[in-house]
Design a protein around this ligand. Sequence first.
Ligand SMILES: *[C@@H]1O[C@H](CO)[C@@H](O)[C@H](O)[C@H]1NC(C)=O
Ligand SMILES: *[C@@H]1O[C@H](CO)[C@@H](O)[C@H](O)[C@H]1NC(C)=O
Ligand SMILES: *[C@@H]1O[C@H](CO)[C@@H](O)[C@H](O)[C@H]1NC(C)=O
Length: 812
Amino acid sequence: LKMAISGLALQSWVILLLIFSLHLANGDISYSFPEEMKRGSVIGNIAKDLGLETSRLSSRKARIDTDGSDKRYCDINLRNGDLTVAERIDREGLCGDKASCVLKQELMLESPLELHRISLHVQDINDNSPQFNKESIHIDISENTVKGARFPIEEAHDADIGKYSVQTYNLQRNENFILGVGTNSVELVLNKELDRENLKEINLLLTALDGGSPQKSGTVVIHITVLDANDNVPVFSQAVYKASLPENSPLGTVVLTVSATDADEGLNGDITYDFGHISEDIKSMFTIDHKTGDIKVTTTVDFETMSSFELRVTAKDGLGLTSYAKVIVDVSDINDNAPVIYLKSLSNPIPENVSPGTEVGIINVQDRDSETNKQVRCSIQQNVPFKLVPSIKNYYSLVTTGQLDRELVSDYNITITATDEGSPPLSSSKTVQLSVADINDNPPVFEEQSYSAYVTENNKPGSTLCSVTARDPDWRQNGTVIYSLLAGEVNGAPVSSYLSVNGDTGVIHAVRSFDYEQFRSFKVHVMARDNGSPPLSSNVTVSVFISDVNDNSPQILYPAPEGNSFMTELVPKAAHGGSLVSKVIAVDADSGQNAWLSYHIVKSTDPGLFTIGLHSGEIRTQRDISESDSMKQNLIVSVKDNGQPSLSATCSMYLLISDNLAEVPELKDISYDEKNSKLTSYLIIALVSVSTFFLTFIIIILGVRFCRRRKPRLLFDGAVAIPSAYLPPNYADVDGTGTLRSAYNYDAYLTTGSRTSDFKFVTSYNDNTLPADQTLRKSPSDFADVFGDSDGSPEVGTHFISLNLLWLILKV
Ligand SMILES: *[C@@H]1O[C@H](CO)[C@@H](O)[C@H](O)[C@H]1NC(C)=O
Ligand SMILES: *[C@@H]1O[C@H](CO)[C@@H](O)[C@H](O)[C@H]1NC(C)=O
Ligand SMILES: *[C@@H]1O[C@H](CO)[C@@H](O)[C@H](O)[C@H]1NC(C)=O
């Protein structure tokens, strides 16, 4: 404003001075006009101003000359005397920022020569804008610069002068800066502190304005870069990180990446990650990448050991500002542990008689995994009579499901399988060995229902008859079989006197020699008993069959064996050929072929006269008796059985061909060529024999009377052989009972009588249950008893008497 005012005053003063000089000074003239007028523009009429005739201007060759080296800026119009702009006049170009700008020009006229000085005062116009030196200005300001700080900005320049020069500045509205005025400059004043993290670059437009009208302006962009200060701590994206890590993850697995940001830049924002305070163990299990924040596992993590980890991580920027976060790693379970089966208790062995449902063992199953991975199912896959019954928690009872039988299965290998419910499931198994203890539940069983032993008579005592075997499947002493004879009687004697059994082997031995003629079979019971407690036993019947041996010679009942009797048969003189004369009666205690007797005449007085039935023993005449035949006939008959070798006996038969006993000469004469002593003893024996039969007859009669209803006692099954001559040749005596029906026996003997003989041997063999030889060997005293003769042994004389008596009886 001052300048403008002063400029204005100066101008006015110059103008006044010009006008004055124009009028006073001869020949000098000045004009004032604005710069930048168009070429040809009229500055003024110089002719008029100088008082010159316009018509003479051209003749006087009026012209404008420059003073010195100045350029010719104006021209004169010779027709009217106007001074015009000849050249562009730029005040700033000609005079710079000088306050006054005068151009010296001269008007020259000839004829006469006249010279007028012309001063051209070029006046300023607002033709220039303010201008800054640069289009943009760069300033770096640290964000922690305090409020009030000043930052000078180079001023703008305006080529115009005075009021057309730069008058004011304008700063674009912003939060942080205001405009201040410095001594030689404008200044940016920090009005509000900067935050790089909020705004790191600011562009402000500064406008410079001049005082023209219209105003002209110039602008500059102030580019402010906010420099970082480490005013920010790193910030984790989460205060607590949670990650899940499957156990047994491979080493190097990234568990989690922590991340922190720092608003600062450069070193100030350069974050380094690390673990905070954690135990050494955990530190050895994880690593953290200092740059990326990746947390990795470095060892195998076992859920069953530790299921969760808590790590502290730090983030530190370059200048040491640190922040903290927590990382919780939950290890998730993988089904990596198979169930383990523990046998807690076991009753081994178990008795075979335990009832179904008996608990024999307790099993515990454990799985170290968790959740479903530790849910375990236990089972027995085999077909065994055992099952698992779930009990409390992971306990199972092993119980029997059925009856056990040691004799069928004595050992069980029970395989218990435990499977968890993980995916994939894991399983394990355990084999429990269980043995079944024996109970004495099986009696010995004989291999056969009954046993039969066959032995020939006259065996050696101690010989083996047979052996019995019983089996007992039980164990050890419960299955050890001991054989024994059951007490009983055979023929009135204890069985032990007949047989013995080897307690260990079951071999049955004869204790004595058996006699077929005594008995032919018997039965004993053998018991097999085990050694259990209590013992079990079973019985079997052993039938012993004794077979016959030809050990008995035929026994001649009639006539008395040779040398022992003097039996004489009377043969009527008138006997015709074929008449039955007598009969040899013999028995054999053996049976079958051994008792099948055959009769032969070995020797005879007249070989052609008598014949004997081969099997009947009947002696018949072969032809009619003639007068010439000797009265006394003597036959020696041999009786043979059919055994191998055969045994035989002989007897003599005396026949007297006579009708009258009185005709018989002296008995002595009957004696053939025997010695007297011998004859005597024969007679005695014959007498005794006959007496015996007679006596027996009487005894039997008496017996029948006294004990009519009493059946004779059978001592054993066997009956004494009957004269087998009357039996069929195929007669086998060793049948089931060994006994012929008594009626048959009786009949047989009823036919034995001689047709001619009065003597009938009517004693039924039915009663003759005593052994034949016993019967036949009755002592003579027996006869004496019967006849009331009690005075000692009979003499030879009495024998004769008796014989005579016998003859009389026979005769009657
Ligand atoms: C049980 O296992 C044992 C040992 O492996 C073996 O000796 C025995 O024969 C097995 N018993 C059965 C009944 O399989
Ligand atoms: C035999 O059986 C009894 C029970 O009847 C039993 O107590 C005993 O242990 C068994 N003996 C053997 C050797 O098995
Ligand atoms: C065996 O015989 C004896 C004696 O006769 C008897 O007491 C026992 O009961 C019998 N035992 C059997 C198993 O038949």
